[in-house]
Ligand binder design. Structure first.
Ligand code: GLN
Length: 494
């Protein structure tokens, strides 16, 4: 039997179903793995060993009684980014302002996973309120990249990607506002899917930028991502932006067939600063798809160069409004003051980290009268142009292929003093959120020295997840990058 950290979610679910192992054994194995590697990784903010084992026992008992219908994840241990509400568990968003806050309810996504039988191991580290690209903005501790502990795992869902890559859980659920699922997946050599805006309910996801936020899975294979999307997707009356369209059987769309599939290569994604090794790996990945019968052609997404500027106006604007609720009155940390204003100032001053404050200030500025038209409104117009670029491109092609990030994972501290350098690295992932389309990152190679994972990003039409997943799965079926595991063992992990 493959070691736990080599097993996919789909394999584990099959073995559980065949009675070849119990959920308790599998959950115990994850908890052991967490114990062994967590000290050098820091992927979790909290681990719920007792709760997970109790849920595993309940899953085993349900299976004994044959209560398995509609429960494809029965007994499968997962972990959640600390931004999704899980009843009676901490919900910190990586922020001091929510330190000690315990969620009174389940997010819709969590409810759906629970109904499908999933076991939750704990809460995963993240950049504070999902603002960042390295997980260094967590107020509690950084997370390290399992492939090289001196490097960042990406962000903001750095804990999600590191934990899956290191075998601490079989899969995880993160959130993606401008790349936060795909970018860390790319840096850690795993799969990250951002569904179409509205495909997955955001009820119980702590809001960062409401017009951009989507929940998405981080997994070892595309098959696992399809399986999880099938469980979490669908209309939710509690999220007015969730789409009413029926949910496809995504895992059945994985036929391996891409003959005649039209793949577009946007010339604007040959960005400056594109690492030559990333460029080569992505070109080779596209060649693999062409070898399987896909048609490849160059396309243009002319407004790409404005994506970073537009995103870093719109996202902070929405964040400044969303984060107004953290005022020390209703929940979280409170610092007393002589009057309400003094209380707000003291609470927010002490509770928020530097990057969050920067975004709130930027957002308040671009929304203030006199600047609203010049910045916010103009950014919204650029956003429409970016969406139109994609809709036009999708008349000619079925998916768009790009690097997920222009580089491999950087060193801890390397970019912390220069936020703009960090923002610019998001160039390949932001447009997908601005346009509301779907995207996935799959492992497509490694740099040589140091040996670090590289990700291929595929982008698809609004609600085009079936085609997107089919293309990504066909690529994985023809390659084995996703089967490589980081060399944690040599550092004493087992
Ligand atoms: N890196 C981007 C930011 O800092 C995206 C974050 C995200 O997707 N949550 O805003």
């Amino acid at each position: 039997m493959a070691a736990l950290h080599e097993m996919t979610l789909t394999e584990a679910a099959d073995r559980l179903a065949r009675g070849e192992m119990s959920s308790r054994e599998l959950t115990r194995a994850c908890l052991d793995r967490i114990e062994t590697v967590e000290r050098s990784l820091g992927a979790f903010l909290s681990v719920d060993a007792d709760g997970a084992l109790a849920a595993a026992d309940a899953a085993d008992a349900a299976r004994q009684k044959g209560e398995v219908a509609g429960r494809p994840l029965l007994g499968v241990p997962l972990a959640l980014k600390d931004v999704l509400a899980e009843r009676d568990r901490p919900l910190t968003c990586g922020s001091r302002i929510l330190e000690n806050f315990v969620s009174p309810y389940d997010a819709t996504v969590v409810e759906r996973l629970r109904r499908a039988g999933a076991v939750f191991l704990g809460r995963l580290n993240m950049d504070e309120f999902a603002m960042g690209s390295s997980t260094e903005n967590s107020a509690f501790h950084p997370t390290r990249n399992p492939w090289d502990p001196d490097r960042i795992p990406g962000g903001s869902s750095g804990g999600c990607a590191a934990a899956v890559a290191a075998g601490e859980c079989l899969a995880s659920i993160g959130s993606d506002t401008g790349g936060s699922v795909r970018q860390p997946a790319s840096f850690c050599g795993v799969v990250g899917l951002k569904p179409t805006y509205g495909r997955v309910s955001r009820y119980g996801l702590v809001a960062f930028a409401s017009s951009l936020d989507q929940v998405g899975p981080v997994t070892r294979t595309v098959e696992d991502a399809a399986q999880l999307l099938e469980v979490i997707a669908g209309h939710d009356p509690r999220d007015s932006t969730s789409l009413p369209d029926p949910v496809s059987a995504y895992s059945r769309a994985l036929t391996g067939e891409v003959r005649g599939l039209r793949i577009g290569l946007p010339r604007e994604y040959q960005v400056s600063g594109l690492d030559p090794e990333v460029k080569v790996a992505v070109a080779q990945a596209v060649d693999v798809l062409a070898g399987l019968g896909a048609e490849v052609k160059e396309i243009s997404l002319p407004h790409t160069e404005y994506a970073v500027a537009a995103y870093y106006i719109i996202a902070p604007a929405e964040a400044s409004a969303n984060l107004a609720r953290f005022d020390g009155i209703r929940y979280g940390v409170r610092r007393e003051g002589a009057d309400p204003i003094a209380l707000y100032r003291a609470t927010r001053g002490a509770g928020f980290g530097l990057e969050v404050k920067r975004r709130v200030i930027l957002g308040t500025y671009v929304l203030s009268s006199g600047y609203y038209d010049a910045y916010y409104l103009r950014a919204q117009k650029v956003r429409s142009l970016i969406r139109q670029d994609f809709l036009r491109a999708f008349e000619e092609v079925d998916v768009v292929a790009t690097p997920t990030v222009p580089t491999t994972a950087f060193r801890l501290g390397e970019k912390s003093s220069d936020p703009l350098q960090m923002y610019l690295l998001d160039i390949c992932t932001l447009s997908c959120n601005l346009a509301g389309i779907c995207g996935i990152s799959v492992p497509c190679g490694f740099s040589k020295d140091p040996r670090l994972p590289i990700g291929l990003q595929l982008l698809g039409r609004p609600l085009g997840e079936e085609t997107l997943l089919r293309a990504a799965h066909a690529y994985q079926s023809a390659t084995d990058w996703h089967r490589r595991r980081p060399p944690l063992e040599s550092r004493g992990a087992g």
